[in-house]
Design a protein around this ligand. Sequence first.
Ligand code: FES
Ligand SMILES: [Fe+2]
Length: 329
Amino acid sequence: MIENQWYAVLPSRAVRNNAVLGATRLGMQLVFFRDAGGALGCVSDRCTHRGAALSKGKVVDGCVQCPFHGLRFDTRGQCTQVPADGAFSTENLSRFDVAHHPVVEHAGIVYVWYGEASKAVGEPPFFSDQVDSSYVFSEMEDLWNAHYSRCIENQLDVVHLPFVHHNTIGRGNKTLVNGPKVLFENGALITSANNEIDNGQQPLERDQCVIKDTYLTFRFPNIWVNHISEKIKVLIYFAPVDEAHTVLYIRFYCKITGIRPLDGLIAWFGKFANGVIERQDKRVVITQMPKASSYISNENLLAGDYPIITYRRLREELKAAAIARPRTH
Ligand code: FES
Ligand SMILES: [Fe+2]
């Protein structure tokens, strides 16, 4: 994990009013719930009294209530009530507070801050320049037995297309990989496939290639868009569960007709097409070892892996920057 980042972890719709959602994300057991005004809270799924799971509790007056002895915690994790001590107890309840994680919602996605809470600033990563309210989207999800870094790399991998997707998006036996061109602009990693049928020619160098009309864009730490055309995009956020599991939330965005119910229907069908392609990837990616990728590794990378090498290098730089401390004199 890269520290001090907003991670997309859940769709907003998964956290309903007056309901408690327990989920393992970012290697932590977490509880999500909403206060009376609908504002989201994310706290540790472990009661500080005697260790029961708060996710088995319920929402009372905008707080999560432990199922065991009824302690209540607000969206900032502060204990608001210890029923056994009586409603008029004057005890300071702060010793019961549970760990709280900064959380924001944007574009129907729940983002959790991983790192030092005091540094939780800035906009969560999204693609406002790619998708806006003129699109309709349909979303599916799937749990992979893979580290999130492998899932992301798979979506930056142009070499796998004619093999993993030989009968779908990789049809045509274009096994020769030109470039690929890779850009890093305004915090986004951009690349596109420039593959060709192998007729004995030499692959083109990266700087001989261009970013095509269909291209991939990735933003750290875990969100990606495939710009298929002006009117169709596929967006994925890769929610890290633990060291060996990731939930992929895959959205099919459409504005082909400009008629929202019709675009919604196309997006709904598009979601199933995404599912077919995603399962082709999943079948192979879950076999990769070691589970997490790293910049320094024993893998024998090739020129076509350059988007993945770039991802690993930038990830390493962000990790190092997150733990760097200002020098003190
Ligand atoms: S364990 Fe939660 S209230 Fe006792
Ligand atoms: Fe793929």
